[in-house]
Design a protein around this ligand. Structure first.
Ligand code: ADP
Ligand code: CIR
Length: 352
């Protein structure tokens, strides 16, 4: 991209009312300092900020396009990371999944009045490949081969099949999206970050027989490991995920940095790359936005619509999850969601 073109895009957010972290943390002086830099994969500032410049509704607005982006564009990305994850400096504890074999999260809603389903996902990127839009179709296919080999060695409850998007009929794909199993192809911020380049090449989904263990291949991050089921049994969901991930970790090298934890395409996922969520019905609380926002703020919860990021909530069902992923362990991230949702449910019960 020509420098003039980049400048126009950056001026676009500078003059619009964007609330993005990109706008907040890229004043002119920093922009001028960074605009000529690039990584060894050839990632430029334009690649990092393009999506956020085009979409003034972005919340974050930047994407790292390879592991080195975090260092070369540190002056922009570090303040964004601190702001998003609510930490004073970029540092991350060692990976700690907790005592997975002895987990005992008491079910938050055994009667099924509030929680429809529970999901935990962990993103991972392969050490050897860049991320969109720098990732080529050839690299995407190589990544797919590596992970499919590892996944087909899984056994028991995790045993399943890989479904390539290259051969999947559109109707079948759409059904998986509607069933909350598969990633969408219409997230405008990801599209402008190259997340759908070369679609459907090298993309697909691994599903175990019960469809409770799912792996997304080559959405924005190379991989998203997902465990989900109806109801509120977080112990069961989390145990399945960690057990699966640990088996894959023995076979695939993931990108990791001592200060930043596991690396990801979007800085909001860095660290644990873990998002634990419930689909929660709270018809009374949604009418008391102030109370709702204050509970979410106190527990670092994020609300999304029922169909995921950048979607609206329907019939008072929200996707409630931990917002922070860096600066705390995997176990702590799951607990943030659990404790926050517990308070939401108690408050919902008390409201007239
Ligand atoms: P991610 O969690 O990977 O950041 P999204 O926010 O786009 O991505 O969500 C992906 C899909 O997962 C969407 O269909 C969303 O509705 C679904 N989802 C998220 N949490 C839950 C949950 N607790 N129960 C069922 N589906 C869920
Ligand atoms: C954005 O900037 O809004 C998107 N690129 C994604 C931001 C990360 N997601 C989130 O915190 N909801």
């Amino acid at each position: 991209m020509e420098c003039d073109e980049l400048e126009d895009l950056w001026r676009n957010i500078s003059t619009h009312k964007s609330k993005s972290l990109l706008k907040k943390h890229l004043p002119e002086e920093k922009y001028i300092n960074l605009k000529k830099r690039s990584t060894k994969y050839g990632t430029t500032l334009a690649d990092v900020i393009l999506s956020g410049c085009k979409n003034i509704d972005s919340k974050v607005g930047v994407y790292a396009c390879d592991p080195e982006s975090y260092k070369v564009f540190k002056d922009l990305l570090d303040p964004i990371i601190c702001d998003y994850h609510r930490v004073k400096e970029v540092s991350h504890p060692k990976c700690d999944y907790g005592h997975v074999a002895n987990l005992n999260f008491r079910e938050l809603d055994g009667a099924g009045n509030y929680i429809i389903s529970t999901r935990v996902r962990i993103g991972r990127c392969h050490k050897e490949f860049p991320y969109p839009p720098i990732l080529t179709n050839v690299q995407r296919k190589k990544m797919e081969d590596i992970i499919v080999k590892a996944l087909t060695s899984l056994e028991g409850d995790l045993k399943g099949e890989y479904h390539s998007l290259e051969t999947m009929p559109r109707k079948e794909y759409q059904q998986l999206v509607d069933d909350h199993i598969m990633f969408r192809d219409d997230n405008h911020t990801l599209r402008d970050a190259g997340g759908y380049d070369g679609w459907p090449i090298g993309r697909g989904v691994y599903l175990n027989i019960n469809r409770t263990f799912i792996v997304w291949v080559n959405e924005g991050d190379h991989l998203r490991f997902i465990s989900m089921e109806k109801g509120s049994d977080l112990s069961s969901v989390y145990k399945r995920l960690i057990f699966a991930l640990q088996q894959v970790e023995m076979q695939v090298d993931f990108a990791y940095d001592d200060k930043r934890g596991f690396l990801s395409n979007c800085p909001s996922n860095l660290g644990t790359c873990l998002r634990a969520s419930v689909h929660l019905k709270m018809p009374k609380l949604v009418r008391c936005q102030e109370i709702l926002n204050s509970i979410c703020d106190r527990h670092n919860l994020q609300l999304r619509g029922g169909n995921g990021e950048h979607t609206e909530s329907t019939e008072a069902v929200y996707d409630v999850s931990n917002k922070r992923r860096l600066g705390l362990t995997e176990y702590q991230a799951v607990c943030e969601m659990y404790n926050g949702v517990e308070e939401l449910i108690k408050t919902e019960q008390k409201l007239e």
